[in-house]
Design a protein around this ligand. Structure first.
Ligand code: PXL
Length: 277
């Protein structure tokens, strides 16, 4: 069985980061070890959340794992709470990265804004994780912060290629951008492979709602698909289809929550989609 480690926070309520990565990746038949970077009462889109930092546990966990000779098929990072955590994640890449795919979701911003709690210089620290990453999966806002470019709502294909190339220049082998739309009613993901030059794009219907945590659901499904042997473009397409299905199911519930999507009842779809690939 393939085994990965995911390094991100636990938002105790809120359907994001580890509380979606663990069930989704496990459902896809991949063992998922976790390094929780912090425990929050909720994700930071709520008001008044608590934050218990777990940085001091990250190195002892790595020390113990190293002493046991553990190896992983992938290291998947998401939301990180501080610059120091970024440095410790680099240590995980050094200690456990040989033979592992490194997948970096720089979860830190959306809709043109950094999430609450991050200092303005944090994105440049997060950008250090791109060096040596096999795949980086930012949304458009995060890509702009990583590249220190102003966020734009209007763009064309040339601009998107500029962002993808910028991400590759920071050291990622493949760059994927989520939340890209060139046509009303369609939303999707584009990617550029720095090794082969292959550009891919995949669009789903743009559903009339936006929910928190969908970026984490998307990245988790993409990691699960890659670990099931799919190519990057195919894994990104599967993840886009699954995320759209989660939103569709959520919108069907009259009393759906605002903070997260129904990824749970879309798991059968995910597994069907994985079989059909
Ligand atoms: O979904 C990204 C995410 C992860 N973790 C925490 C967050 C967010 C988004 O707001 O606040 C703690």
């Amino acid at each position: 069985m393939k085994k990965i480690v995911s390094i991100q926070d636990i938002s105790a309520l809120g359907k994001c980061s580890l509380t979606v990565a663990l069930p989704i990746i496990s459902a896809m038949g991949i063992e998922c070890a976790v390094v929780p970077t912090a425990v929050l009462s909720t994700h930071t889109q709520f008001q008044g959340w608590t934050f218990h930092d777990l940085t001091d546990e990250m190195e002892p966990i790595a020390d113990h794992w190293k002493s046991q000779g553990f190896a992983f098929d992938a290291i998947y990072t998401g939301y990180l709470g501080s610059a120091r955590q970024v440095d410790i994640v680099k240590r995980y890449f050094r200690d456990f990265g040989a033979g592992a795919k490194i997948i970096v979701d720089p979860a830190m911003a959306d809709n043109g804004k950094l999430y609450a709690g991050f200092a303005p210089d944090f994105p440049q620290k997060m950008a250090e994780l791109l060096d040596g990453a096999d795949l980086v999966l930012p949304n458009l806002t995060e890509a702009c912060f990583l590249l220190d470019k102003p966020y734009r709502e209007e763009y064309d294909r040339a601009y998107i290629m500029e962002l993808l190339t910028g991400l590759l220049n920071k050291g990622a082998k493949v760059a994927a951008l989520t939340g890209v739309s060139f046509e009303e009613g369609k939303l999707g993901v584009v990617s550029l492979d720095g090794g082969t030059g292959v550009f891919s794009e995949y669009y789903t219907d743009h559903l009339p709602a936006s929910f928190h945590g969908t970026g984490d659901i998307y990245s988790s499904a993409a990691v699960g698909a890659l670990m099931n042997g799919m190519s990057v473009p195919d894994a990104l397409a599967l993840a886009a289809d699954y995320t759209a299905e989660c939103i569709r199911l959520t919108l069907k519930e009259p009393d759906h929550s605002w903070y997260g999507v129904n990824f749970e009842q879309a798991v059968p779809y995910l597994l069907e989609r994985l079989k059909r690939r």
